[in-house]
Design a protein around this ligand. Structure first.
Ligand SMILES: Nc1nc2c(ncn2[C@@H]2O[C@H](COP(=O)(O)OP(=O)(O)OP(=O)(O)O)[C@@H](O)[C@H]2O)c(=O)[nH]1
Length: 325
């Protein structure tokens, strides 16, 4: 997992909660710090970019500011992909699961090619990589912020060319979940009329184009994550596992697969079989189903959860399967 997203969106907190969750479910993950400015960690740091270069040193020695210093550090990482990173990665085996906690500077996901080259390096080392993009739910207060969040997310998707799971973080802070429903399962006509109301008439054409982009390609959808709830973490992790087809070679254990006790796993397995051969998968579920997931709604709702599966291949992502089963 490459955990990315704007500063303060909750990436490090997500990494430490995921670590705790995996520890409790006896699954091993290794969390890597890729932020040269990070100081405190709530997870054991498996690899640390600061062993290569730290922001403090760069700012002091080169007289750079925090943003320029950060870009310098990341470019230094890029220069050391074949040396430092390769040596560090050699400590891990084929099945090892690494989670990279990235810095929050948005330019790293939009136009600076460092992370793209980092990902290419991981792929050359045979890692299956999934980008996990976190967006703060507190940010989603109106349609303009929704669209700008989508565009930031989309630019990371286009730049990194990776399977993406987009997460709406800090759901524990959302008091009225209904306020978010419009953005979890966006209705294009609603979005357009809201956008037109908030912006001057000269933007009408642009608004229409933006909504069409979000709607036609269904590329950006967000899964709400409430770190207080184990099921919520489990759900997000299952989506990511599906994206990278993690564990597809593992033998199915009968005790792990009791549909009556655990319909959630049945659902996940169904997904895995549907997604074979796809390189980019976005799962869209009904907004209320996502919120239900947050509220630990019973698994029978899950059979109705799946509204659409959008799947794209390397050439494009224009095939939408309506799935009513
Ligand atoms: N209530 C709540 N607070 C959260 C959650 N996740 C993160 N926070 C808080 O949000 C702030 C930022 O969280 P971080 O995990 O440091 O965010 P980050 O994306 O790693 O930040 P940068 O490293 O600066 O990019 C901290 O004060 C966290 O305690 C969450 O799920 N719920």
């Amino acid at each position: 997992q490459l955990v990315i997203g704007p500063a303060g969106s909750g990436k490090s907190t997500y990494c430490s909660s995921l670590y705790e969750y995996c520890l409790a479910s006896r699954r091993t993950i290794h969390v890597v710090n890729l932020d040269p400015a990070a100081e405190n960690f709530d997870y054991p740091v498996a690899m640390d970019i600061r062993e290569l270069i730290s922001l403090d040193d760069v700012m002091e020695e080169l007289g750079l500011g925090p943003n320029g210093g950060l870009v310098y550090c990341m470019e230094n990482l890029e220069d050391n992909l074949d040396d430092w990173l390769t040596e560090e990665l050699d400590n891990y085996l084929d099945d090892d699961y690494l989670v990279f906690d990235c810095p929050g500077q948005i330019e790293l996901y939009s136009h600076v090619p460092v992370l793209k080259n980092f990902v290419e390096h991981l792929k050359r080392k045979n890692f299956s990589v999934c980008a996990v993009y976190l967006l703060d739910s507190q940010f989603m207060t109106d349609v303009t912020k929704f669209i700008s969040g989508c565009m930031a997310c989309l630019s990371a998707m286009v730049q990194l060319e990776l399977p993406h799971v987009n997460i709406l973080s800090k759901m524990d802070l959302v008091t009225n979940k209904k306020d978010l429903e419009d953005f979890l399962d966006p209705e294009p006509t609603f979005l357009l009329s809201e956008l037109n109301q908030r912006m001057g008439p000269q933007y009408a054409k642009l608004n229409k184009a933006l909504i069409e982009l979000v709607n036609n390609y269904n590329m950006v959808s967000f899964i709400p994550l409430d770190l207080r709830k184990e099921k919520s973490i489990q759900y997000v992790l299952a989506q990511i596992d599906n994206c990278i087809q993690y564990g597809e070679d593992a033998d199915v254990k009968v005790k792990d697969f009791d549909p009556e006790e655990d319909e959630y796993q049945l659902d996940t397995t169904t997904w895995q079989s549907r997604q074979l051969g796809m390189t980019m998968v976005t799962v869209l579920v009904k907004a209320n189903s996502k919120l239900d997931n947050m509220n630990d709604v019973e698994a029978e709702a899950e059979s109705d959860n799946v509204e659409k599966v959008e799947c794209g291949n390397v050439e494009g992502s224009d095939k939408v399967l309506e799935d009513s089963s």
